[in-house]
Design a protein around this ligand. Structure first.
Ligand code: PLP
Length: 362
């Protein structure tokens, strides 16, 4: 059964009037700031709703360039970072090439590769070893057909940010083999060690988004920073598809960036509080590495308990989570992902239902 069947089951139960607490979302519950909302309204009232540059508005590109230590020519605005990931694979790979990433991983990567005729290779990491990088497996996975390595740190679904020195080592290793590193930095501002914006260097593509930190998932706003030639390829991609990201959204995005430090700090605070609750309730229930960022817990159920079966049973108790297999296939069939996109009290109550059911079934 697919994840979509599972989601259909949630809808069906809700249609019958059952209340389901969804710990499934990759969608933070915090709202965009009033500064971003006002900028959006003012911009659209000022008539900034016409076709525009496929690259983005200069003032926003300049701001982003300053953050990443590069020039405006290295920046392009995208409709969300998912599109940026897709565009990178589309532009940089051809059928038969392969793409490598760590597992567990965000499921969209493997689905995109499949659709594009690319081989998808995963380097498995485990909760038992704190999702630490297995370097010999990385070396083994990269071959002459590898075009892109996707580095997602902090990671969806584990909530773990790799050490910066490990990220550096990985980028150097890929560079030495002529492999482009796609840094999917969607959760970077939610890492508790308060990482600075990644600086642009040769051989990388940085994909970033307003979705998570700013709680602007539905706005479809993201950007890419890379070498000038790659940015030009992406501009052509936009010209052929969406034409441009709406200017009124970009002006709101710029206003949001002005508050980035403050907004990130508040969001990290919320995430930390929720992770404390999750760690208290789930300790000894799931095997998981305590996240150092964002709002996910990805853990292994005891014994041979299956994540999909468990998720269905939990649904009958009114709580939805995501089966772990979605983030790495068969090897992760005993895992589940719990998203902490909920206020403190309902979150604690829902997690206690998870803990009770695990104990009952153990
Ligand atoms: N990257 C990761 C790892 C994600 O988890 C998500 C969304 O869940 C995205 C990228 C896409 O974000 P967006 O397209 O909203 O910018």
């Amino acid at each position: 059964m697919s994840l979509y069947d599972y989601y259909e089951k949630i809808y069906a139960l809700e249609a019958q009037g059952k209340k389901i607490i969804r710990l499934t979302a990759a969608d933070p519950d915090w709202r965009p700031s009033s500064v971003a909302l006002d900028a959006l309204v003012n911009s659209i009232k000022a008539g900034k709703d016409k076709y525009a540059s496929a690259l983005g508005i200069p003032v926003l590109r300049k701001k982003i360039a300053a953050m990443h230590g590069c020039s405006e020519e290295n920046v392009i605005v995208f409709p969300g970072s998912k599109m940026a990931v897709f565009a990178t694979l589309f532009v940089k790979c051809k059928s038969g090439d392969n793409v490598v990433t760590f597992a567990p991983y965000w499921g969209a990567y493997s689905l995109m590769c499949k659709k594009l005729g690319l081989e998808f290779k995963q380097v498995d990491l485990t909760a038992k070893s704190n999702f630490e990088i297995n370097w010999s497996e990385v070396e083994k996975a990269i071959d002459f057909k590898t075009k892109v390595f996707i580095l997602n740190s902090p990671c969806n679904p584990t909530g773990i940010a790799f050490r910066e020195e490990d990220e550096y080592k990985l980028i150097q290793l890929c560079k030495s083999k002529g492999v482009l590193v796609l840094c999917d930095d969607a959760y970077r501002d939610l890492s508790f060690d308060e990482r600075k914006d990644r600086k642009l260097e040769e051989g990388i593509v940085i994909a970033q988004t307003w979705s998570k930190t700013f709680g602007m998932t539905g706005w479809r706003l993201g950007y890419v920073v890379s070498d000038e030639a790659t940015v030009r390829e992406f501009a052509f991609f936009n010209q052929l598809t969406i034409s441009n990201v709406p200017v009124f959204l970009q002006e709101a995005a710029l206003a949001a960036l002005e508050e980035k430090e403050e907004v990130s700090k508040i969001a990290r605070g919320v995430c930390k509080e929720r992770l404390v609750i999750a760690s208290e309730v789930l300790k000894g229930v799931l095997e998981f590495a305590v996240p150092n960022s964002s709002f996910y817990v990805y853990g292994k159920l005891p014994g041979k308990m299956n994540g999909t079966d468990f998720a269905y049973k939990l649904l009958e108790e009114g709580v939805a989570i995501v089966p772990g297999e979605e983030f790495g296939g068969e090897k992760f069939k005993n895992y589940v992902r719990i998203s902490l996109c909920f206020g403190k009290e309902p979150l604690r109550n829902a997690l206690e239902v998870v803990a009770r059911l695990v104990r009952e079934l153990s």
